[in-house]
Design a protein around this ligand. Structure first.
Ligand SMILES: C[S@@+](CC[C@H](N)C(=O)[O-])C[C@H]1O[C@@H](n2cnc3c(N)ncnc32)[C@H](O)[C@@H]1O
Length: 296
């Protein structure tokens, strides 16, 4: 049964509810001039959409089954606060700033996403990782920094020009010995890893490439990741389009079908996390179709 959700404005502006010592700079009157230390210039996309009313809405489940649970909905102001609470390594900040002037800069994962990826690598004690879709290397550098010195990240990317930026930053960060760059179509690289006998050996995979290929990437990575390993799929909320039945372009349909498929997939446990554009964390719990295994 589908829950019904409504949106309500918070009764009191957040800035009023927080004691002064806990108020982040952005919640002061300098709304448009104060930025987290790692943002050297105003985040343009955020500023363009800053609301005049600084109260944030809450999404409320008005279905009795969810007990009128209130879930915070990120406003530009609140997201700015999230960013101001990210510990972003200097080298990642430099890469983000350099990339911000490049075509496609909106594609890189956000600092809060990268921090979560790095933490998952550390929690897993991961030694072997794969990333599909490198661009200029922001998320892959976050993963490589989190790996031990003996760790290895296979970095799959088809665009040689953005790979040059990524490789320069791997060098600068002192992690290039951990990164095995594969300049090719990702499906070819993943198939070659399978053919070379690397199935069931990877601890962690992150997918952030062609959205129409998500199912193919997932099935190949499922073979490569060990039982207990993670496959993390980015953009699963696709700017909200997956939840809009009126949007049926090929990428949206592919992501919607993929989300539906993994919900039913008893080989994995899953958690869809609304960070960035949505990431689903999939944990491999069985090698083959496991009838009767509980799905979390
Ligand atoms: C969203 S960007 C990745 C952003 C990256 N995760 C970051 O944080 O900077 C997607 C990348 O996937 C690459 N890509 C798309 N299709 C691909 C394919 N079939 N094989 C390899 N790379 C592909 C694109 O060239 C692009 O650089």
């Amino acid at each position: 049964m589908l829950a019904r959700f409504g949106v309500v404005a918070m009764a009191t502006p957040l800035a009023v509810r927080l004691p002064p010592a806990l108020r982040p700079p952005l919640l002061s009157s300098k709304l448009s001039t104060s930025f987290p230390p790692f943002l050297s210039c105003p985040p343009k996309r955020l500023l363009r959409s800053l609301p005049t009313d600084t109260r944030g809405p809450m999404v409320v489940a008005d279905d009795g089954m969810y007990g009128r649970k209130q879930v915070v909905s990120l406003t530009p102001q609140l997201y700015h606060y999230v960013l101001s609470n990210v510990r972003e390594p200097q080298i990642l900040r430099e890469l983000r700033e350099e990339t911000s002037t490049m075509h496609g800069s909106q594609m890189q994962v956000s600092p809060d996403q990268a921090q979560l990826l790095a933490m998952l690598v550390q929690i897993m004690g991961a030694k072997k990782c794969i990333e599909v879709g490198i661009y200029t290397g922001y998320s892959s550098l976050a993963v490589a920094l989190a790996l031990p010195d003996s760790g290895r990240l296979v970095a799959c990317e088809r665009d040689g020009r953005c790979l040059e930026v990524a490789k320069r930053f791997y060098e600068q960060a002192g992690v290039s010995h951990k990164v095995d760059v594969r300049h090719a179509l990702a499906v070819d690289t993943l198939n070659s890893l399978i053919l070379s006998g690397e199935t069931n050996s990877y601890d962690f995979a992150f997918v952030d490439a062609d959205k129409r290929m998500y199912n193919e990437y997932f099935e190949l990575l499922f073979q490569l990741v060990r039982t207990g390993g993670l496959i993390i799929m980015d953009n699963v909320l696709w700017h909200g389009k997956v939840a809009d039945p009126g949007v049926n372009d090929p990428k949206t349909v592919s992501l919607r079908n993929f989300n539906r498929k993994i919900l039913e997939d008893k080989r994995i446990s899953i958690s869809m996390v609304p960070v960035g554009d949505g990431m689903t964390i999939c944990r491999k719990i069985a090698d083959t179709s496991a009838q009767g295994l509980g799905c979390v």
